[in-house]
Each structure stands twice: as structure tokens, then as C-alpha cells.
Design a protein around this ligand. Structure first.
Ligand code: NAD
Length: 475
């Protein structure tokens, strides 16, 4: 990490303070919203490889104006209380911004997941779940974790199973975590959701010429040069969708062991395969390798997508950043100092709170699916198909009767006749959320000349919604 994690928390607080200072909040409310309500620290021992190993975990609850509170669980040796609290605060603001009825929370376990095998990780995860459950820090109605860095479907499946064993009479037990595998109560499209949300966010930004103009960009996403840091869950999906579906060129990918560059565009699937096989990007033949990976952040490009860890763009390298737009797929990749510098340079920053909200949005759909105990579209799909078929058949009958020889375009009929399945509904809900939220953010940005960027606008919208919720609760 480029700078200490405490600066990540300072950055979140400073950005929050900047936005709150532009609002007319009742006395004391700014402080009430800013502070983290509680953080639980747990140290537990697990017998592994013939010895007892002690692990430290955290679960922070930032705000409870809406319940359950929601936020991922991170597995990393860099996890600290400060980091978890900053991430929990961001979750509160993110949920409010995208209008999802959750409060904000976050968890972390100090562990290097690559240092332990699957069986060992399962033992540790189940024990962590037990510790969280004892304090209602995992519960369908109060606190719902999700994947984050170092965790994924596998860990969520273990957590859901551990919770179910502890609460066999809870009919909603599956809703205790989101990001589960499909067969265990997950939802189609959750794994790709955050990266997909980054794509939808960029597509929406590219529909606004005035925003593009501020960044010195024009046209569509096709051919735009993109630098991505971190080819994990979020970075891989964003890079893959943007290159395959929007024809953008991913010209640099930065990973832990270096960077790969190719001005013609990197084959993302091939690089992902190489990382899986070898553990890093070194040795990949589809581009030039550099050991000093972080310098890749300074490569000239149109769009920079930090999708790894926080604080990677800071006061010391911000001046050298040569992109026109940054879309923060990771949480907190730009420090408050760097934010000021980049703003001065005219770089448009699409803030994390919005850019990576796809994960929590689809998690919300999964939670709703779990509570309603039925998959999305199961009731309507065939009905929708039958109505579409009726319409087509009627048009064909009219065409035959009137001799107009009316013909539908090739492929249209088949596509029109397909009722929406769960994946399509999830993508539609996600796209809608990203579009609507951008509109709300932009409106706030344009409405007040003191709101000088999208990040401040995002904070203003989030703080306004949280303060309204506190107001309704009589606080
Ligand atoms: P992940 O563990 O799947 O992937 C992280 C990737 O970044 C890995 O490939 C790792 O090797 C790489 N990486 C780590 N440190 C690096 C460094 N210093 N330099 C270069 N590469 C580095 O994690 P993820 O789930 O993709 O999360 C990435 C970011 O997105 C985090 O900030 C996370 O909080 C945020 N996020 C994730 C989700 C989600 O749904 N997974 C949702 C919202 C936000």
C-alpha cells in the first residue's frame, strides 16, 4: 500500500466534512452521521498444522438508521480497525446514494488467504462466523456480510452454512450473507455485479457530453485506452466487459508482481488464465512486462480503473497521473490530497461510492430473493413469453389477411419471445440503479456551484438521505 491506511480513514472523513460543510445540517448531526457506531474486535484461536493460530477479526457498524446493515468481509494482512471503519462509513454513504434500504457495515480478518489451504480457510471462516453470530453481527435482519477483497462465493457459502447450523429454525437463514453460490441461495449475476456496475456507470457517464467535455473526452467507449489496477473479481469483470462488449482497449493491467502493457489492447481472459496458472502477470506473452507495476498508474490513457486497494493514488504520484477520467472500482483508491491535485488537473473522478455500488445493489436483490424464497422472474417469465407470442401471431395474421407481406427482422422474433430470466432482471435492475443514481448525483452537482465534483455531489446526496432518515427517527 502506498500510504498508511489511517490516511484512508482521514480521506473519507475529509471528503465527508467537505460535503457536509456545504449543507445546512442540524447541530450535532454531522458528527452523528460521521462516526462509526461500534466496532467489534475478536481474537480467536484455531488449531491448524498441529498448533493453535490466533486470528484477529473486526466487524464495524457505521450507521443503523436502516437495518440490516450491509458490507463485505475482507481477508488480508493489511486489515486494521481504521480501515474497516472507513470502509463501513463508505458503505453507509453508498447504500444511501444508490437508495438501498441498508445501513453501513464492514468486516475484516487479518489473514493472508494464500497462505492457507481450502480446508484450513474453511475452519477459520466457520469459527469467525460463530464469533460474529454470537453478537448478532451476522443475521438476515441485522447484519448481512458479503464478499470483498480476498473472499468470494466459497467463503460466503461456508458462512451461510455455519449460520444455518447455529440457527436451524430461522427460515430466512440464507439471507444472512449475500454473494453465495447460485445453488445455495445466490443470485445470477452477483459474481460479475461490481465489474458490471463499473461498465454500466461508464456507459452512463458517456451519455453525458457535458461531463465528457470536462474530462477532455468525446465519442463513445470504443477505442478508449484503459488502465486497470487489480485483475481480481471487480477488475477482471470490468476489463472483460469493457473490452469485449464496448470495444475499449485495456492497454495496461497492473497486478501485485508488475504490469503488462499492450497498446493494441490486452486479451483479458488470456491474462486472467495466466495469473491463475502462475500466480502473477510475469511471463505473459500478450504484452510487455514491467516489474515496477505501480508506475503503470502513470501511463497515458483515457480512463484509469483502480480496482485493487485503497490510497494507491496519493499526493506523491497524483501530479504524474496522465488519464482523463478515473473510475474508482476499488474503495478509496484516491486520497483526499490526490483528489485535490487531480481536480486541479481537470481529471474527472467517478467516485467509489457510486462506481462500485453494483455489488451491494445485486446483493440487495439476492437478499430480497432469499426472503421471498423464490427466484426472480419465476412467476412472470412464461406469461411474458405467451403475451409476446400472442402479439407476434396477431401481427402475422393481420399481415397474411391484408396481404402486406409484413416481415420481422431476422432474429427479432426469437429474441422478442424470450421472457426475462433472473440474470436479465438482475442486469436490468443494476443498469437502472446506475443510471438513476448518476442522474441524482449530476443534478446535485449542477444545482450548487460550491459542489465542485461528482464525489462531493455523491456525499451531499448520501448525507441528505441519511439525515432525513435520522430525522424521521426523531434523532
Ligand atoms: P479480489 O481479491 O478479487 O481482487 C483484488 C485484486 O487486486 C487481486 O487480483 C490482487 O492480486 C490485486 N492486488 C492487490 N493488491 C494489489 C496491489 N497493491 N497492486 C496491484 N494489484 C493488487 O478483490 P475484489 O473483490 O475485486 O475487490 C477489489 C476492490 O474492489 C476492493 O477495494 C474492494 O473493497 C472493492 N469492492 C469489491 C466489491 C465486490 O463485490 N467484490 C464490491 C465493492 C467494492
Amino acid at each position: 500500500m502506498a500510504v498508511g491506511t489511517s490516511s484512508f480513514r482521514d480521506s473519507v472523513d475529509r471528503m465527508f466534512g467537505h460535503a457536509a460543510g456545504l449543507m445546512d445540517l442540524p447541530p450535532g448531526l454531522e458528527e452523528k452521521i460521521r462516526v462509526c457506531n461500534s466496532t467489534y474486535t475478536v481474537r480467536f484461536g484455531v488449531r491448524l498444522r498441529g498448533a493453535i493460530h490466533t486470528f484477529t477479526g473486526y466487524r464495524s457498524v457505521h450507521s443503523e438508521q436502516m437495518e440490516p446493515v450491509k458490507g463485505g468481509i475482507r481477508y488480508s494482512l493489511d486489515v486494521t480497525q481504521d480501515e474497516v471503519e472507513a470502509l463501513a462509513a463508505l458503505m453507509s454513504y453508498k447504500c444511501a446514494l444508490v437508495d438501498i434500504p441498508f445501513g453501513g457495515s464492514k468486516g475484516g480478518l487479518c489473514i493472508d488467504p494464500r497462505a492457507w489451504d481450502e480446508e484450513e480457510l474453511e475452519k477459520v471462516t466457520r469459527r469467525f462466523t460463530y464469533e460474529l453470530s454470537r453478537r448478532n453481527l451476522i443475521s438476515p435482519s441485522q447484519n448481512v456480510p458479503a464478499p470483498d477483497m480476498g473472499t468470494g462465493e466459497r467463503e460466503m457459502a461456508w458462512m451461510a452454512d455455519a449460520y444455518k447450523r447455529l440457527h436451524p429454525d430461522d427460515i430466512n437463514a440464507r439471507a444472512c450473507v449475500t454473494g453465495k453460490p447460485l445453488g445455495l441461495g445466490g443470485i445470477a449475476g452477483r459474481v460479475e455485479a461490481t465489474g458490471r456496475g463499473v461498465q454500466y456507470a461508464l456507459r452512463e457517464v458517456f451519455r453525458h457530453d457535458d461531463v465528457l467535455k470536462r474530462a477532455g473526452l468525446q465519442g463513445g467507449l470504443a477505442g478508449k485506452r484503459i488502465v486497470v489496477q487489480g485483475l481480481g473479481n471487480v477488475g477482471y469483470h470490468a476489463a472483460q466487459f469493457l473490452s469485449l462488449e464496448d470495444k475499449a482497449l485495456v492497454t495496461t493491467v497492473i497486478e501485485r508482481d508488475g504490469a503488462i502493457s499492450n497498446p493494441q489492447g490486452i486479451n483479458i481472459d488470456a491474462l486472467r488464465g495466466h495469473i491463475r496458472a502462475t500466480g502473477g502477470v510475469r511471463g505473459f506473452t500478450g504484452g510487455d512486462y514491467r516489474e515496477e507495476g505501480l508506475l503503470g498508474l502513470e501511463d497515458e490513457c483515457d480512463i484509469l480503473i483502480p480496482a485493487a486497494v485503497e490510497s494507491v493514488i496519493h499526493a506523491d504520484n497524483a501530479e504524474r497521473i496522465r488519464c482523463k477520467m478515473i473510475i474508482e472500482a476499488a474503495n478509496g483508491p484516491v486520497t483526499a490530497d490526490a483528489d485535490e491535485i487531480l481536480k486541479r488537473k481537470g481529471v474527472v473522478i467517478v467516485p467509489d461510492m457510486y462506481a462500485n455500488a453494483g455489488g451491494v445493489t445485486v446483493s440487495y436483490f439476492e437478499w430480497v430473493k432469499n426472503l421471498s424464497q423464490i427466484s426472480l422472474g419465476r412467476l412472470e417469465r412464461r406469461h411474458e413469453e405467451a403475451r409476446a407470442r400472442m402479439l407476434i401471431e396477431e401481427l402475422e395474421r393481420i399481415s397474411a389477411d391484408t396481404g402486406t407481406n409484413f416481415k420481422l427482422a431476422k432474429g427479432f422474433k426469437d429474441q422478442f419471445l424470450i421472457g426475462a430470466d433472473e440474470l436479465e432482471l438482475v442486469r436490468s435492475g443494476l443498469d437502472d440503479t446506475m443510471r438513476e443514481t448518476f442522474g441524482t448525483m449530476k443534478e446535485a452537482w449542477m444545482a450548487n456551484r460550491n459542489i465542485d465534483d461528482l464525489r462531493t455531489a455523491a456525499y451531499v446526496v448520501a448525507i441528505r438521505r441519511i439525515s432525513t432518515a435520522y430525522g424521521s427517527l426523531g434523532l
